[in-house]
Design a protein. Sequence first.
Length: 60
Amino acid sequence: MASIRKFVHEFNSLGLPLNILINNAGILSLHFMLSKDNLEQHFAINYIESEAMLWMSRID
C-alpha cells in the first residue's frame, strides 16, 4: 500500500487529469503468503490494492 500511496501522491503533484485507470495487477498464488500490510497476498494484490488505487486517486 505504501507504493500505491507514493504513486498517487506523485501523480497528483503533476496536476494532470486522470481520465482512464486500468488496474491490471494480479497474481495467482498456490501458497498462503502475507503482504507487507499483513494481508493475504492474493487478496491484497488482486482486490485491495486495485480498489485503493481507485479511491486514493479520487480523493488525494
